[in-house]
Design a protein around this ligand. Structure first.
Ligand SMILES: [Mg+2]
Length: 338
């Protein structure tokens, strides 16, 4: 098996602001596994908040190159178990490798990954579309550029959060989700939750700092809306910890280290009575196609990442006004154009 790496610098459709900062291009790394006639693709995004760069991910994969290329495996989790000890400090790069292994597995078997897992894709959740932080008129314009979506996820963490949601509500009847990306205090969260519920908000994502468990206890007791963990839920052991204080978890393939651990985390979350969500980062259709395989395990999904790009070098799922259609192709269903 041969490992190939493709470093991408992708233009964003709009400068993307969240509570952590602003970006105009997105640097991603595509991992390709070649085995005879079969090729599998996976992807990781470089995200400054998580201290991940293209160079750091490439270096991690180069260090593990010999082990990856010489590994014998028939199911992708077997490769993951072999490589995880070598790459446990770079879960983003491991995730890209694991996605590529799943895509390759499906090519070898001639079946979609969700089918190999025995999942039923006939009833899957709608995806939201994300509106990054900006001036209020620009946020309205961003929403109208993707008019008619059933759900919008609104990034907040400004000094005019309620005014933003009130104005957006003037222009749509869609469901709103709020992602504060750790910007609020417990008291702010409780105070805002009532008015936001009245404005048709479905849930709040990660209002508090990732390690503010005491704050989350106070929020859990008094918040008018369900709260979903994102920055507080990175790896498998976090799911257990979230069960007492959050209503659900947003598992991301890149944070978790791939489809293998993400699937385990989602199954465990459901056992614990948590709502399940998968979120994307700003990824091409390579990464989004990997997320799509997990859709039957989800209550909510945020998989609009490829739509936030000015250029998508791959094909995977199609998403029209929130409705996700999986391709009839083996593996993750990725077609790579480069
Ligand atoms: Mg989030």
């Amino acid at each position: 098996m041969e490992l190939k790496l493709h470093a991408l610098s992708l233009p964003l459709r709009h400068p993307f602001r969240v509570a952590h900062g602003v970006r105009e291009t997105q640097e991603n790394l595509i991992v390709e596994l070649v085995d005879g006639d079969h090729r599998g693709f996976g992807e990781a995004a470089a995200i400054p908040y998580y201290n991940v760069t293209q160079d750091s991910m490439s270096a991690s994969l180069e260090k593990a190159r010999h082990a990856i290329e010489s590994a014998a495996w028939d199911r992708p989790e077997a490769l993951w178990e072999q490589i995880h000890p070598l790459m446990r400090d770079d879960l983003f790069a491991l995730a890209a490798l694991d996605e590529a292994a799943h895509d390759l597995w499906g090519q070898r078997e001639g079946k979609a990954v969700h089918a190999l897992w025995g999942l039923d894709v006939s009833a899957i959740p709608l995806s939201d579309y994300t509106i990054g932080i900006d001036t209020i008129p620009t946020m309205v314009a961003k929403m109208q550029e993707f008019a008619g979506w059933p759900i919008y996820k609104i990034k907040l963490g400004t000094d005019e959060d309620l005014a933003i949601v009130r104005e957006l509500r003037q222009h749509t009847d869609a469901v709103f989700r709020i992602d504060a990306n750790t910007a609020w205090t417990a008291e702010q969260t409780i105070e805002l939750s009532g008015p936001l519920k009245e404005l048709g908000v479905e849930f709040l994502e990660q209002p508090l700092k990732a390690d503010d468990w005491a704050g989350m206890e106070r929020v859990k007791a008094a918040c008018a809306l369900p709260v979903i963990a994102d920055e507080s839920c990175i790896i498998a052991s976090d799911v257990e910890r979230c069960a007492g204080v959050f209503d659900g978890v947003n598992v991301k393939l890149l944070k978790a280290g791939g489809m293998t651990p993400a699937k385990r985390m989602l199954e465990r979350a459901r056992e614990l009575g948590l709502k399940t969500m998968v979120g994307c980062m700003t990824e091409t259709s390579v990464g989004i196609a990997a997320i799509a395989q997990l859709l039957p395990l989800l209550d909510y999904v945020d998989m609009d990442g490829a739509l936030l790009l000015g250029r998508d070098p791959a094909e995977g799922v199609t998403i029209e006004r929130g409705v996700v259609t999986l391709p009839d192709r083996p593996g993750n269903g990725v077609i790579w154009h480069g």
